[in-house]
Design a protein around this ligand. Structure first.
Ligand code: C2O
Ligand code: CU
Ligand code: CU
Length: 533
């Protein structure tokens, strides 16, 4: 009976879709069979399956809590708290004195079960940013659970070793839930990485960058206002791992810094204050082929960076500071007059964290000249050469969108339908906004800003970046800080830029989102999904 209803709904959807110029895809109809599409409440899997034999089994509870962040009164936060039911002892590592969830450490190939429990006063759903999992396990907003409910995730780790990210993906509430503290890091290890014997244990340091604002009572302030809505939230304190004025004591040897930008909208330009280059060994989807030295690195929300930081040869007592160095052109011209209201403007020059050499060390590890094997995806192998799948960034006041349409659960344009197990050329570009055509149309130019575009599902490779429409002076303050090698799931697209990527859509059918990882933009509807069929 249910099945028949769904078939009727399917053809109805198809007809409505056709009339509206929208395709109701077969995978959305398949969702309807779960009861998920078209407004029917999805029934979340709130039981564990008998035929899934997890290597790791944990409970992950979301709940209101408190954290001591500033001197004096504790700050009310929301957080993820985890407890391990089964699995290796090093699976969960809490970061000290923070609202952030524990670091989850997984091995490639492990089967993971996570029992999410919602102890918040509003719906939520967790997403494993960067992990390649089936749609049902991906934290799609249509699977959000109500207060008191549970959702059981079961998936296998298919990703390479790398730093990934868990956070809520609740419809129109991702920004506020993350802001209140709901986020954590995931580290995946594999054999290829293990063979390199990179610095580990106390010599591998997670660095989660976020910004926050506080009132006089030490409580979080989430600024609204025109400026915040347009450019995204910008706090006046930088927190590292949930702590202000972050300082690390190190030995004079090599370290591995695992950096994640977990901010709502803030873009950083990472640079050592003594002008040492930054040695990058990995990005979003894991290790690069070989280390790359950069004068600075741009790191947008959702992006990750694996940094080799060698302090050997530095004297005990010496200090080095990681700063965010100045850059321009990432914010809309129209908003620049309003920048004065932000104490810590994006593109300003300010410290992020400091490193103090506290002790001498005899031993150190050498930087491997080759890190990993990466097969380059080739444009001649894509299913759509010469006809890229468009992700058009539409920019207008209060209407930052993709492909000109706000996100809706059931909506996929014909160009957003992708055959499963294909390799696709995708082009991300600014369309000028307000229907004024591409490039630097009046309004487009005024509103154009940098957007970190994130795609769910498999990691992609960057084929090319072209900046023909960019302001060369602004662009020159950022362009050396982009890393285009390696596997990525988030790419910063600055004003006037056109970025081509090659992305595999393998293994899983269903709806996989892509969106701006400026979380205020995401919640405003700057999100679409690919219907993988
Ligand atoms: Cu980090 Cu769709 O999210
Ligand atoms: Cu994601
Ligand atoms: Cu955006």
């Amino acid at each position: 009976m249910r099945r028949k209803m769904d078939l009727i709904r399917r053809s109805l959807l198809a007809r409505i879709g056709a009339a509206a110029g929208v395709c109701a895809s077969s995978s959305f109809a398949a969702l309807a069979m779960h009861g998920g599409a078209g407004g029917m409440k999805e029934i979340a899997p709130n039981w564990a399956s008998l035929n899934f034999n997890p290597d790791v089994d944990m409970e992950l509870t979301c709940r209101p809590s408190e954290a001591s962040i500033l001197e004096g009164r504790a700050t009310g936060v929301w957080r993820y708290a985890a407890s391990l039911l089964k699995g290796p002892e090093n699976t969960l590592t809490p970061l000290p004195d923070t609202y952030l969830g524990p670091v989850m450490r997984f091995q490639k190939g492990q089967k993971i079960r996570i029992r999410l429990r919602n102890g918040l006063p509003e719906p939520t759903i967790a997403h494993w940013h960067g992990l390649h999992v089936p749609m049902l396990m991906d934290g799609h907003p249509m699977y959000a659970i109500d207060p008191g409910e549970a959702f059981v995730y079961e998936f296998e780790i298919r990703n390479r070793a790398g730093l990934y990210f868990y956070h809520p993906h609740t419809h129109e509430a991702t920004a506020t839930q993350v802001y209140r503290g709901m986020a954590g890091a995931i580290i995946v290890n594999d054999d290829e990485e293990k063979a390199l014997e990179l610095p580990s244990g106390e010599f591998e340091i997670p660095i989660v960058l976020q910004d926050r604002s506080f009132n006089d009572a030490n409580q979080l302030v989430y600024g609204g206002g025109m400026h915040a809505r347009m450019v995204g939230f910008q706090g006046d304190h930088v927190l590292v791992n949930g702590r202000p004025d972050y300082a690390i004591d190190v030995a004079s040897r090599a370290y591995r810094l695992r950096i994640l930008n977990g901010s709502n909208s803030r873009i950083y330009k990472l640079a050592w204050d003594d002008a040492s280059p930054i040695t990058v060994i990995g990005v979003d989807g894991g290790l690069l082929e070989k280390p790359e030295e950069k004068p600075y690195v741009m790191l947008a929300p959702g992006e990750r960076l694996d940094v080799w930081a060698d302090f050997s040869g530095r004297s005990v007592g010496s200090k080095i500071v990681m700063r965010s160095a100045p850059f321009s052109g990432a914010s809309p011209r129209m908003a620049r007059g309003m920048m004065a209201e932000t104490a810590l403007p994006v593109g300003g020059d300010y410290p992020l964290f400091s490193v103090r050499v506290a002790r001498a060390s005899g031993e150190s590890s050498a930087l491997p000249p080759r890190l990993a094997r990466i097969d380059r995806l080739r444009p001649e192998d894509v299913a759509n050469p010469g006809d890229p799948v468009p992700i058009a960034i539409s920019e207008a006041p209060m209407a930052m969108l993709l492909n000109g349409r706000p996100y809706a659960d059931n909506d996929a344009l014909p160009r957003e339908r992708i055959p499963v197990d294909t390799l696709q050329l995708v082009e991300i570009f600014h369309d000028g906004g307000m229907g004024m055509g591409r490039g630097m149309g009046m309004m487009g130019g005024m509103m154009s800003m940098a957007h970190p575009i994130h795609l769910h599902g498999q990691q992609f490779q960057i084929l090319s970046r072209s900046a023909d429409d960019a302001d060369p002076r602004d662009y020159a303050t950022m362009s050396e800080g982009f890393i285009s090698s390696g596997w990525k799931d988030t790419v910063l697209v600055t004003p006037g830029e056109r970025v081509r990527i090659i992305k595999p859509f393998g293994d899983f059918k269903g709806a996989f989102m892509h969106h701006c990882h400026n979380l205020e933009h995401e919640d405003m509807g700057m999100m679409r999904q690919f219907s993988v069929e």
